[in-house]
Design a protein around this ligand. Structure first.
Ligand SMILES: Nc1nc2c(c(CN[C@H]3C=C[C@H](O)[C@@H]3O)cn2[C@@H]2O[C@H](COP(=O)(O)O)[C@@H](O)[C@H]2O)c(=O)[nH]1
Length: 346
């Protein structure tokens, strides 16, 4: 039985280097409530992002699956200040604009589709003859001197994802969804059973803990893209947790929802590359999931689920990154580097 929530509660209850700050979570809950009072719900804006597909059909499903196979590790060793716009950090040029981070992935995929290459069709990217490694490398051809991180691993993950969809689900994500009876937990179970690359777990104090960042964001983007209906209908969507990436923990610390030990904060500020599975990394990821659950419980006025809070925090983190808050006396304006872990899981 998969239970990310129970595992994150276990991690948060035993963590030494990361602490969930209830007062900070309460303050953030109040600020999200104020934001919704003023501007309405944010997650309903999935379509508003210019690089997200506007059509709502099975090709959109295959776009989302393709993206969430590759949705990991875009942080840059070149852009040390993490401005997102360092002139030499890996970037994809598309329609005259440069995209970095997660958006570079979306731009790279859309650029291929516009060239008439069916890159998101599982039958295509599973086929080494029709879709050789060089074509995938070409998809990620950078506008700068830095190339996409982990290209070799991205190709391996793509081949596995495409092969399993072809062999078990007749070459489409839609057929996988059809076997889930509108259950997010059923989808997570099938993803873990059939696609090893989604198996994002870590051992913490001898317990195997599920984190499942890319598997859960796949559910969430499917749900958000289709507005919770049709292909996006999941009757248990509220059981999906926040997705433990490297961007949301950063803003959770800035918003004082997470507190770090001096040792962990020092490792982050020294830009130490940390191994996936390091105890402090697992504590950061588990406590981030638990912090969002704490924010949720302080919002009786709006029954937001963890996905909606996550999307709000991620979009806010990207806004703050773009205006590069300079350090001032409040922690909210201090930058803290994202954790530097190279992993196919986030
Ligand atoms: N927890 C969480 N992690 C998310 C996202 C998204 C994209 N979400 C968009 C879609 C709908 C929403 O409204 C957002 O606009 C990407 N990531 C992760 O971040 C990292 C990339 O960061 P950077 O290098 O700075 O771009 C990488 O691990 C990637 O997997 C999210 O929403 N939540």
């Amino acid at each position: 039985m998969i239970c990310v929530l129970e595992d994150s509660k276990f991690i948060a209850g035993n963590a030494v280097h990361v602490r969930v700050n209830e007062d900070g979570c309460k303050r953030v809950a109040a600020s999200i409530v104020a934001e919704i009072d003023a501007h309405g719900k944010r997650y309903e804006t999935w379509d508003s992002h210019e690089l997200h597909p506007q059509t709502k059909d099975t090709s959109t499903l295959d776009w989302i699956f393709f993206i969430d196979l590759l949705n990991f590790s875009f942080w840059s060793k070149t852009d040390v200040e993490d401005t997102g716009s360092h002139p030499e950090r890996f970037a994809i040029e598309y329609h005259g604009k440069r995209y970095t981070g997660y958006w570079s992935l979306c731009a790279a995929v859309n650029r291929m589709l516009e060239r008439g290459i069916p890159i998101t069709d599982p039958k295509f990217y599973a086929d080494v003859e029709r879709c050789p490694n060089g074509l995938i490398a070409e998809m990620f051809s950078s506008a700068t001197s830095e190339s996409v991180p982990m290209l070799k691993e991205r190709i391996q993950v793509l081949r596995e994802g495409g092969r399993v969809l072809v062999e078990k689900y007749d070459g489409s994500y839609a057929n996988l969804l059809k076997q889930c009876s509108h259950s997010a937990q059923r989808l997570l179970t099938l993803l873990l059973r059939d696609f090893p690359n989604f198996n994002d777990t870590s051992v913490y104090r001898d317990r195997n803990c599920y984190i499942l960042k890319r598997a859960q964001i796949l559910v969430a983007e499917t749900w958000a893209c289709f507005g919770g209906k049709d292909w996006g209908r999941f009757d248990d969507i509220d059981t999906v947790t926040m997705f433990a990436d490297y961007r949301v923990p950063q803003i959770l610390w800035q918003l004082e929802c997470l507190d770090y030990s001096e040792e962990f904060e020092g490792r982050l500020r020294n830009h130490e590359q940390i191994a996936h599975g390091d105890v402090m990394e697992v504590e950061m990821r588990g406590c981030s999931i638990w912090a969002v659950e704490c924010i949720r419980k302080w919002m009786p006025k709006y029954a937001l689920n963890a996905i909606e809070i996550d999307f709000y925090l991620w979009d806010l983190a990207k806004e703050w990154q773009s205006i590069a808050f300079r350090p001032d006396n409040s922690r909210a304006h201090q930058q803290i580097p994202c954790i530097e872990v190279r992993s196919i899981y986030y």
